[in-house]
Design a protein around this ligand. Sequence first.
Ligand code: ARG
Length: 275
Amino acid sequence: MTKMKKLLALLLALTMVFALAACSSGSTEDTAEAEDSSGSTEDSSFTTATEGVLTMATNAEFPPYEYYENDAVTGIDAEIAAAIAEKLGLELVIEDMAFDSIVAAVTSGKADMGMAGMTITEERLQSVDFSEPYATGVQVVIVAEDSAITSVDDLFEGGYTIGVQSSTTGDLYATWDLEDTGLCTVERFNRGADAVAALTSGKIDCVIIDNEPAKAFAEANEGLVILDTAYTEEEYAICFSKDNTALSEAVNEALVELMEDGTVQSIIDKYISAD
Ligand code: ARG
């Protein structure tokens, strides 16, 4: 009996030793695992310019993608960005600036991303990364109803003054195709609306700009029409610094999810009626 008791006591003691060992080894393993997992999630843990905030640089002169409605920037880009921020658990802050300041705001790290109906171009890819494209744009030509310009080809006859928003792809195409070739003159405006105003007052002969703002401007100004022939088709995407890939990957992932579940399309449909 006493032998039995001794054995039991020994067994008990042994079990306790094992249990303790298991316990402590378990806890060290846990810590190691925790360290491991926080280490491996590093690629999905990102930093933003301001903690807890997603700062979007834009140029709110571009309806229906971004424009002012009662002191607040609204539109397709603003709504998609808000949905992305929500997915990432961040507060969205929109910084309105000149269109040609957006890339610098992003590369300097002042803004986390640039979203401005921005076309993916080779030149911009030299300085920024782009997300997956989320919309298509078409460069179109706005003229006065009675204009001698009735097609894009007419522009290549030469002798016209073309208005564009400075540093946009409309500016680039007009500059390369029509100004550098000595055919036409390009006038650059800070805002698309200013180019349209110059057209309305007869100071320039046409405006090359993206189709959706073109529609909004043509609707808001009497006597303007959009030519049936388009200048070129392009893709809009969000731009990021090349130095913060953890953030750009997280934003891109959120954007792709929002495209897959139909959120992006429903936001676009809210602003653009299919025609
Ligand atoms: N899609 C054109 C570009 O990337 C024009 C964009 C202008 N956007 C704006 N928010 N003003 O150059």
